[in-house]
Write a protein that binds this ligand. Structure first.
Ligand code: 4NP
Length: 162
C-alpha cells in the first residue's frame, strides 16, 4: 500500500481559450495552491475553436489576474479527443462549449460539466463571454465561485475513492 494520492486533472474549456478558460485555470490553480493540494490537483485550459492558437491570454484576463497577484502564462490551444484520456474533469464555461465538447469525445469516468454547476444557485448559467461584453470582473466572480465549488467536489470525490 502506498499513501500516494492519485493525480486529479482538470481542463477548463471555452471557445477561444484566451478569455474565460485561461482565467478559470489560473484562479483555480491559485485556489488549489491555497488548499495545499498542488501536488494532487493539476489544471489546464483549451478552446473548442482554433481562432487564437498559440496566443497568450487576452489583455483583460491578464490585467485582472495581475491585479489579484496571480501569475500565469498560457498559449492558447484547441481541445482534442485525447484530452478525454488525459483529464478527469472537463469543465465548460457555457452551454455551447459544453455541447461542442461532448461532440468531440467522451470517456467513462471523465466528468464533463458546466462550471456553473459548481456554484450554489448558479446551475445551468453561462459564464458571459468578455470577448463581447468587455466585463472581465463578472467572469472573475463566476470562475472564483465555480472553482471553489469544483475543488470541494474534487475533495469529496477523493474522500470517497480513498
Ligand atoms: P473565450 O472568448 O472563449 O472566453 O476565450 C472568445 C475569444 C475569441 C473569440 C470568441 C470568444 N473569437 O471569436 O475570436
Amino acid at each position: 500500500m502506498t499513501n500516494t494520492a492519485p493525480k486529479v486533472r482538470v481542463l477548463f474549456v471555452c471557445l477561444g481559450n484566451i478569455c474565460r478558460s485561461p482565467m478559470a485555470e489560473a484562479v483555480f490553480r491559485d485556489l488549489v495552491k491555497q488548499a495545499g493540494m498542488q501536488d494532487i490537483v493539476e489544471a489546464d485550459s483549451a478552446g473548442t475553436g482554433d481562432y487564437h492558437l498559440g496566443e497568450q491570454p487576452h489583455q483583460g484576463t491578464r490585467a485582472l489576474l495581475q491585479q489579484r497577484g496571480i501569475s500565469y502564462a498560457h498559449a492558447a490551444r484547441q481541445v482534442g479527443v485525447e484530452d478525454f484520456e488525459q483529464f478527469d474533469y472537463l469543465i465548460a464555461m457555457d452551454r455551447t462549449n459544453l455541447s461542442d465538447l461532448r461532440a468531440i469525445g467522451q470517456r467513462a469516468g471523465a466528468k464533463v460539466a458546466l462550471l456553473s454547476d459548481f456554484i450554489p444557485e448558479g446551475a445551468a448559467k453561462d459564464v458571459p463571454d468578455p470577448y463581447y461584453t468587455g466585463n472581465f470582473e463578472a467572469v472573475y466572480h463566476m470562475v472564483e465561485a465555480g472553482g471553489r465549488g469544483l475543488l470541494e467536489a474534487i475533495q469529496r470525490d477523493l474522500a470517497v475513492a480513498s
